[in-house]
Design a protein around this ligand. Sequence first.
Ligand code: SF4
Length: 187
Amino acid sequence: MDIDLSFNAMTMTAKQFGEMTKTMMRETMVATGGKKVIDKITAPIWSWGQRNSVYPLHFGIACCALEMAAAGGPRYDAERLGIVFRSSPRQSDVLLLNGWISAKLRPSLKALYEQMPSPKWVIAMGECTISGGPWYDAYNVIQGADTFIPVDVYIPGCPSRPEAMIQAFNMLNRKLTAENRGSFLDD
Ligand code: SF4
């Protein structure tokens, strides 16, 4: 950190001040053992909040998107499980891919994924997203979403049923429970 020291005063930008405070807090908390205590208390709360509010991006590619829409409708009512669709990648945790991914679409999908804040997860819904489906080996269809972004849960089927989509979110829920995220400060 480049801090300008003068006789009785220290000048720094807001960013430098933020970094300095963060470093001091982290070092103090680690040295005194306070971090462990706070992590122990806050981890279950963070983890509970995170796994019960996974917000998928409201984004459809092809026919499997209609199954996604059905899962959000009154019959399956995915929102009751905390699966709330958001229309901005900046407010989403989950990228739910649901159709064949053309070579032309791939850069836009990658950009959407990168705009999502971390931690984030990806669900590949349907054969097309997993492997290209009926367009296996086609020159203009990507042979699986995991060739360019990491996929956490795969939902097979053509189409995948809304129940399967909900099951995928339950699997993601179990994964988040096992991870038990919630660190107050990074180690
Ligand atoms: S897996 Fe089947 S239903 Fe789903 S997008 Fe592909 S062709 Fe359509």
